[in-house]
Design a protein around this ligand. Sequence first.
Ligand code: ATP
Ligand code: LTN
Length: 332
Amino acid sequence: MLDGKKVVFSGVQPSGNLTIGNYLGAIKNFSAFSEEYRCFYCVVDLHAITVRQVPAELRRRTYETLALYMACGLDPEKNTLFVQSHVPAHAELSWILNCYTMFGELSRMTQFKDKSAKHADNINAGLFTYPVLMAADILLYQTDLVPVGVDQRQHLELARDIAGRFNQAYSPTFVVPEGYMNPTAMKIASLSNPTAKMSKSDPNPNACVYILDPRDAILKKFKSAVTDSDTVVRYAPEEKPGVSNLMTIYRAFTGKSHEQIEREFEGKGYGDFKLACGEACADALAPVQSEFAKLMADKAYLEDVMKKGAEAASYAARKTLSKVKKKVGFVI
Ligand code: ATP
Ligand code: LTN
């Protein structure tokens, strides 16, 4: 609880161009919490450097991610929007929590295994302890609810375990957070490999639809999406993963149920269905894109939002951090 409200926290890495997976699985859901909860939405740049980044691009993407938060409907007056590296308490708490996290626990993280296979030349310690920093992000704000895609479930479980362990060792210090996964869009798959997650770091640009893709690129990507040799639009994730993924995307953009979609495309081919998916996606993203362009044209405003956000976040974070320091026995 903060200011009499329950707390929501989530983060997105400024590590690439954001996809409709990030949008439908995470950011689009964020604004629904603004009225009822005290919300913190963070651009997690410390997490992004676990993989090599080009400095100028990281800086640009940090502004872009903040602008996208706002373009997707997050009002900076109602939500605390900030950049992780602007609040040193994240790195400080992360170090402390490292000493309450087991090597074996971190070795079991599937994201670590995936990323170390992808970046075999740079399996750095930050990549390994990434989930501890994520736990620090969440626990610093006494977070009740964490809206994320399903790929983050294992990290969230670890954050809960670390909180419980610390509370047990000392006395209740952290709220044990719950995840919130939007049941209609918790996992958007790649358009070219529908059994894999759509990931912004995928080198194949046809695998992802980016939030900022122009309309014709969106239509083209949906047109070339991998489906199957059948012709029926039917939801069957095991048997027809490509079509089912497109149905999930179409449902998330239009609000239509799978049954309605099946009826709508009865007797029609995949061509019509893919076109409808592309159009629904492009129509939904158009207002986000125009708002984004306006925001990016005003750097000074974005910097003002970042600065105010960092102040508000630091204030809340300091309270938890000094509690933790006292409990572990630091002289403060
Ligand atoms: P990378 O692929 O570089 O690891 P990412 O897009 O998976 O990046 P983040 O930018 O940190 O990682 O993700 C931000 C949010 O978007 C998280 O809540 C994550 O769960 C969600 N998300 C990412 N991809 C998808 C997807 N394909 N479907 C649903 N949610 C997703
Ligand atoms: N690891 C997350 C990004 C992230 C996050 C967080 C999400 C970092 N810190 C705190 C929720 C809460 C990812 O999506 N890859």
